[in-house]
Design a protein around this ligand. Sequence first.
Ligand code: TYM
Length: 345
Amino acid sequence: MTDTSPKSFSPRIFSGIQPSGGLTLGNYLGAIKRFVAAQEQGIETIYCLVDLHAITVWQDPAKLRNATRELAAGYLAAGIDPRRSILFNQSQVPAHAQLAWIFNCVARMGWLRRMTQFKDKAGKHAEEASVGLFAYPNLMAADILVYHATHVPVGEDQKQHLELARDIAIKFNHDFGLEFFPVVEPVIEGAATRVMSLRDGTKKMSKSDPSDQSRINLTDDADAIASKIRKARTDPEPLPESVDGLEGRAEARNLVNIYAALADIAPAEVIAQFGGQGFGALKPALAELAVEKLSPLNAEMRRLMQDPAEIDRLLGEGAERAHSIAQPILEQTLDIVGMIRSRRG
Ligand code: TYM
C-alpha cells in the first residue's frame, strides 16, 4: 500500500499554456518569459501544452495540430531547453485526465460555479457550453497535482483557478486523512502579470479578442509590432512623474508595464526615464524595444516550424519523462481512493 505518512514536497514548478491559436505578448510576458527565468534557477521545471484544455471550445483538428507545434516552437524559441525542462503535450500523458476524473468527484458544483472565467467565456450561452469548459479547472488542478508540483507561475487571470487547485488538494487530503497532495503556491510576479489590450486598457490582451490591433502576436513582423504600438490607445496627459500617478490611467500603466517587463526593469525606472514626457517619446522607444526583443524570437519560431517532425520528437521525449513522474503519483492516488490495481505486473 501507499505510504500515507506526512510528506515534505521538494520544489517543483509546473505550468501550462493552451494551444488554442496564436501566442500573444501577454502569454510571453505573463508566462513564457517567466518560465525561462524559473528554468535558469535550477529548480525542476515541467511545462505543458494543454491540448485537452483547448478542446473545451471547438478546435478544427488540423489547426489544433498546427497551433500545438507553433506553441512548442514559441516555448523553444523563448529559451525553454527541452533537456533542462520537461516540455510535452498534455494528451500524451493519460494520468492528467485520469486524475481529473477523481477531482471531478472531489470538487463541488458550487466551487466551479464561482469561476469567473467560465462565466466570461460561456457568457449568456452557458447551457450550450461544453461540460469540459465547466469542469476545466479540475483538469488544471490535476495537471499540477499529478506531479506534486509546488509552484505554478501564471498570469493574474489564472489566480482563481489556482485557488481551486489548493481547495481540491486540501479537501482530498482531509477526506482521506493524509497529506498526499501539496497545497500549491501561485507565483504571480513582475510588471506584466496582466498585460492589457492595446485598444482598451481595462480589458486583458487576449488571443480571442476580435480586434487584431488589440494585441501583439509573437508571429507579428517588425512593422506590425511597431504600428500596433504607435496606434495603441492612450490619454492626452503626459506621463506622470511617479508610479502612483498611473492610478486611473489604464492605458498609460499598460505601456509602462510592457516596457518594464520587456526591458527587465521596474516600472519606476521607466517612469524615471519618461515621466513628464508625452507618449510621443515613450511609444517609439517601446516599439523599438519590442521589435528588438520579439524579432529574434519570431525568426526562431519560423525556423523551428520548418521541421514539425523534430518538434513532435522533442514533445514525445518530454511526454515520456512526464509520464514517468505522473504515473506513480496517479497509482498512489488510486490506492488511496480504494481502486484495486488488478492489472499491476
Ligand atoms: P492560457 O493558455 O489562457 O494562458 C497561458 C498563460 O499566459 C498567461 N496570460 C497572460 N499573462 C499576462 N497578461 C495577459 N494578457 C495574459 N494572457 C494570458 C496566463 O495567465 C497563463 O499563465 N488554464 C490555463 C492553462 C493551464 C495551466 C494548467 C496553467 C492548464 N493547466 C496548470 C498553470 C497550471 C490557461 O488557459 O492559460
